[in-house]
Design a protein. Structure first.
Length: 594
């Protein structure tokens, strides 16, 4: 497995060496993660996770993450810095760090299929994992945010559920769940499902008490340790979006109650079910009474911020609200995985593995159902489908290989593997028609080009010729701007800083006369825009005659002084003159390049 992993590392680094060279951190969170690591290595406090280069006029941005994922990146930078220098060490650390949780993910899946299918089934599982496109993107070089580590925790959780050694399995599930929750709450539904499955196994078979006993202790103790070591100063408050005292209380209470139940020697299955339901009800009732503020969405954002920004995040939409070409390759493998797990459950119905397979079938079905809530569940749903798909391939492919006809053996087995592994989705994808842009709106290709061009290091570096200042720009530009340039930004896509996000949207969608007051509040000296960037289409859709809409048409107010940029720069930059009175807007003309 380690050789397989090293082969994947070699392939990825060869394929994406350009991304490493240009520090192509494609996601806003990846850029912010690197900034968090830089701050840590620069001496910022362990429990201080504010980002002081976003909205510095207001004291910086509160980031709700923990330091866990920072550690391997920081360690790689410190290791490589004496040999490569700081800049190159950062690039290669960002290239290598995502591949570390991939090793844990491969370990979890390999253990699962070895325990449930056959000792030599693990290479098949890893090949199928390579076809999980949305999952593998979380481990690609430069994808340094926390998603890969949380997927690794989930893979180890499944391995723990499949473990026949009950104490070890319970400890694996409990500790991996605690680690995942300490990193972030994105996998909270899966952690809750894993706990419910362990409790149901005890209900079904009282002899599984040892698994639940160790799980309860590991979950409660691991969560407490994670909170003590990694909870930031801001997360000491009763917030709902991280492992704060709110969720720490829930995890400790749930783990303690499960541990207490496991000590009871109850022979009747119905009594065990009643006691488990009562324990779950007690946890829910306590949550409702003690933390009523967390009964809504965990981000606790205002209605305006949800309507203006959060509800429009593409990855937070259900799969059926995305184009078929986007949803089809994500949904194929989960369906196959459910079928495979159900078939394996039926085939193992008279063995001890039946309970483990039923557990995986339930887990996979739950992950697939999560796609109906948010498409961001795709990586987890695909990864959890690997054991079921492997079981189906292990059953179907040998049947074709055993036929007498060579054509059936060769082509039948190949086609069968393509079907049961879900790899056929990639072959048919080019034949699926794309959704065309709607008339009167910027087509998706133009938006994608602008998004890519304005994120390039070569586009952003020329901004460093200007003395350091606060640049007023789009929300999604903030993290990339402070990562590549010496300038500070005003906003970034982080829900705890909703006022700055709303200020940016109000400034661009409101009247031109109101912009300078908002910019002055954040002490911005320059205005930077990226025409046709995805976020700008939202501004124009909300108010075509707003400030950004006028800029897009070339109607520039007299108090914006153009700043020269390279001729092919995708940006438009102006110095904001606060000393000039408003004057009639100039006649429409092309946006200045210089």
């Amino acid at each position: 497995m380690l050789l397989f992993w090293l082969g994947v590392i070699a392939w990825y680094l060869w394929q994406r060496q350009g991304n490493v060279h240009w520090l192509a951190l494609g996601d806003t969170d990846d850029n912010m993660r690197l900034m968090q690591v830089r701050a840590l290595l620069g001496g910022q406090g362990w429990y201080d996770l504010r980002q002081y280069r976003l909205d510095p006029a207001m004291g910086g941005f509160d980031i709700h993450w923990s330091r866990i994922v920072d550690l391997p990146i920081a360690g790689l930078i410190l290791l490589l810095k004496p040999f490569l220098g700081t800049a190159e060490a950062e690039k290669w650390a960002c290239g290598l760090a995502p591949l570390l949780p991939l090793a844990l993910t491969m370990t979890g899946l390999s253990l699962t299929v070895r325990r449930l299918i056959a000792p030599h089934a693990w290479p098949l599982a890893l090949i199928i994992l390579m076809g999980c496109t949305s999952t593998m993107l979380m481990f690609a070089p430069m994808r340094i945010d926390h998603h890969g580590w949380q997927l690794a925790c989930l893979a180890l959780t499944v391995a723990g559920l499949a473990d026949t050694r009950r104490a070890r399995g319970g400890a694996t599930v409990g500790l991996s769940s605690a680690l995942s929750l300490t990193i972030g709450l994105e996998m909270l539904p899966y952690c809750a499902m894993a706990g419910a499955i362990i409790a149901l196994r005890w209900v079904w078979d009282g002899g599984d008490a040892r698994r639940m006993q160790v799980y309860g202790l590991s979950l409660a103790g691991g969560s407490a340790l994670g909170f003590a070591v990694f909870a930031s100063n801001a997360n000491q408050a009763l917030r709902c979006d991280a492992l704060t005292p709110v969720w720490l209380t829930v995890m400790v209470a749930a783990g303690t109650l499960l541990f207490a139940l496991s000590l009871l020697n109850i022979g009747n299955r119905w009594i065990r079910l009643a006691l488990t339901a009562a324990a779950g009800g007690a946890v829910v009732a306590g949550f409702v009474l003690l933390f009523p503020q967390c009964l809504g969405r965990p981000e606790q954002v205002s209605d305006e911020l949800a309507r203006t920004w959060l509800n429009n995040v593409r990855e937070a939409r259900p799969i059926y609200r995305h184009p078929f070409k986007t949803g089809f390759p994500i949904a194929v493998l989960p369906v196959i995985g459910i079928i495979g797990a159900l078939v394996a459950t039926w085939r193992a119905r008279r063995s001890e593995a039946a309970v483990a397979w039923a557990t995986i079938a339930l887990f996979t079905a739950f992950a697939a159902a999560m796609l109906l809530w948010q498409i961001r569940a795709g990586p987890a749903a695909q990864m959890l489908s690997v054991p079921g798909a492997t079981a189906l391939a292990w059953l179907v492919v040998p049947w074709f290989l055993g036929r007498s006809s060579m054509l059936v053996r060769v082509f039948g087995s190949a086609i069968a593997f393509l079907l049961v592994s879900g790899l056929f989705a990639g072959l048919v994808l080019p034949w699926i028609p794309s959704e065309k842009g709607k008339p009167g709106k910027t087509g998706p290709d133009k938006v994608a080009q602008a998004n890519a061009a304005c994120a390039r290091m070569s586009s952003l570096r020329p901004l460093n010729t200007i003395p350091r200042a606060i640049l007023f720009s789009h929300v999604d530009m903030g993290p990339r701007l402070i990562t590549i340039t010496h300038h500070d930004g005003v906003a970034g896509p982080y829900h705890r800083n909703g006022n700055a996000i709303l200020d940016v949207h109000h400034a661009f969608t409101g009247q031109t006369s109101g912009f300078r007051a908002i910019a002055a509040r954040h002490k911005a000296r320059y205005l930077l825009i990226c025409p046709n960037m995805a976020e700008t289409t939202v501004y124009r859709a909300r108010n075509a005659n707003g400030f950004y809409g006028q800029l897009h048409r070339g109607e520039v107010p007299n108090w914006l002084e153009p700043v020269k940029l390279p001729e092919k720069s995708p940006f438009r930059l102006w110095r904001i003159r606060y000393d000039l009175p408003d004057a009639p807007v100039s006649a429409p003309k092309a946006l200045p390049r210089r």
